[in-house]
Design a protein around this ligand. Structure first.
Ligand code: ZN
Ligand code: ZN
Length: 126
């Protein structure tokens, strides 16, 4: 699968529970919304629907690797954003390099990013 942002081929890492995280070494992580939801719930975080953000209608976004439709970009007050395919529910989390290389690192990064979206401090417990 190719990155929805830069079209480069992504690395696929898989969790012990079978969830996939596709990693672009240049720009971020691309995930099935259902898999992301399962990982968030397991970490005692609210699900994907709670990621929030305001829709930025005029911004250029990536294109879904599967559906070939433009992604919707959702932006938070502090400028953090993610992109969503409204057709298939996949989610792209832009992350600065260096990219994670295994599932554990990818998982830690995505939880940190999601906690940022939810207004929690990285590493803070509930
Ligand atoms: Zn990329
Ligand atoms: Zn799609």
């Amino acid at each position: 699968m190719n990155c929805p942002q830069c079209d480069q081929e992504m690395a696929d890492v898989v969790s012990p529970a079978g969830e996939h995280v596709w990693i672009c070494s240049d720009c971020g992580q691309w995930l099935d919304g259902t898999d992301l939801n399962a990982m968030l719930l397991r970490a005692n975080l609210p699900g994907v629907a709670s990621l929030g953000g305001k829709r930025a209608p005029d911004e250029a976004t990536g294109t879904c690797s599967t559906c070939r439709v433009d992604l919707a970009r959702l932006t938070h007050r502090d400028g953090a954003s993610y992109e969503l395919c409204e057709d298939c529910g996949w989610i792209f989390l832009p992350l600065d390099p260096p990219a994670a290389e295994d599932f554990e690192a990818a998982h830690a990064r995505l939880l940190q990013t999601v906690r940022g979206f939810l207004g929690k401090k990285p590493g803070a417990s509930r």
